[in-house]
Design a protein around this ligand. Structure first.
Ligand SMILES: [Zn+2]
Length: 281
């Protein structure tokens, strides 16, 4: 029964220029209702980046971003918080084919009635995992060789992960690069430091939507990211080195509960990552 009807609907949509065409027809068998009613839209923000959220509200976790002019495929709409955008004012949010949500206030699309999304099912999976992968990862795959604030090093405000020079250093979480700096008391960050040198050497800081800030110290060379850049957990940000106050190649990694990172808001990275489900050892 459904085949004939769907064909008719799909071809009607194709005539209406809704961008379904072959793609829509090809997926009809798998999910007729969804494929026949998905609609193409265009991100229109006036030049700003549009955040993709895990749920239909601005407070939901950001799972990605879309640039002005990006094409999206809208599967259904859900009611969320009201947003005044460049296209319209609405409390509707568009669920995209990849599962993320964007406010319909910033989407140019045909005036088509879209289906209402099913209410989200409570997720049995760990809260650290979103649609886009794990929320937190270990920045360097290595065992910890020096811990946070030990009796021997009470002012050591991070954890050390020893690894060979050039080992990739990855963003532990998704966020925005806040600072990229060379910090040494003497000399340069482009050579190995030592015990007589103070400072973090080449380092980067990343802040996420919750304000949690991570710091990556003693990098080999200027980090490959720049301030203002958005990164996703696991993205390459630099290489393990020994710049600054360091006696051998390792990553000194700090977690702070707020930005700017201070001694007061530093927390134990080992315990923090463990609580996020990251396999630290
Ligand atoms: Zn350290």
């Amino acid at each position: 029964m459904p085949t004939k009807r769907i064909r008719r609907r799909a071809s009607a949509a194709a005539i209406a220029g809704l961008g379904l065409l072959v793609g829509g027809l090809a997926t009809v068998t798998a999910s007729p209702a969804e494929a026949a009613s998905s609609v193409s839209g265009t991100v229109s923000t006036g030049g700003l980046v549009l955040n993709v959220r895990k749920a239909a509200k601005t407070a939901a976790k950001r799972v990605g971003t879309l640039q002005e002019g990006a094409k999206v495929s809208i599967v259904c709409q859900a009611k969320g918080n009201r947003v005044t955008g460049t296209v319209r004012t609405t409390d509707l949010w568009d669920r995209l084919s990849d599962g993320g949500y964007v406010s319909d206030a910033y989407i140019k699309r045909p005036a088509t009635k879209l289906p209402v999304c099913d209410p989200p099912k409570p997720s049995p999976s760990r809260s650290t995992e979103g649609a886009a992968g794990p929320a937190w990862v270990l920045p360097v795959s290595a065992a910890m060789n020096s811990a946070f604030r030990t009796p021997q090093r009470p002012t050591h405000n991070g954890m050390d992960l020893a690894a060979a020079k050039e080992t990739p250093v990855r963003a532990a979480h998704s966020g925005v690069v806040m600072r990229v700096l060379c910090q040494v008391s003497i000399g340069t960050c482009d050579t190995d430091g030592g015990l007589t040198v103070s400072g973090c050497g080449w380092f980067a800081e990343i802040r996420d939507a919750d304000g949690v800030t991570t710091r990556y110290c003693h990098l080999l060379r200027r980090p490959s990211v720049v301030p203002g850049q958005t990164v996703t957990a696991g993205d390459l940000i630099g290489q393990v080195g020994s710049s600054g106050h360091s006696t051998g190649p390792h990553l000194h990694f700090e977690v702070h509960t707020a930005f700017p990172a201070t001694v007061e808001n530093a927390v134990d990275p080992f315990l923090f990552l463990k609580a996020k489900g990251v396999p630290v050892r």
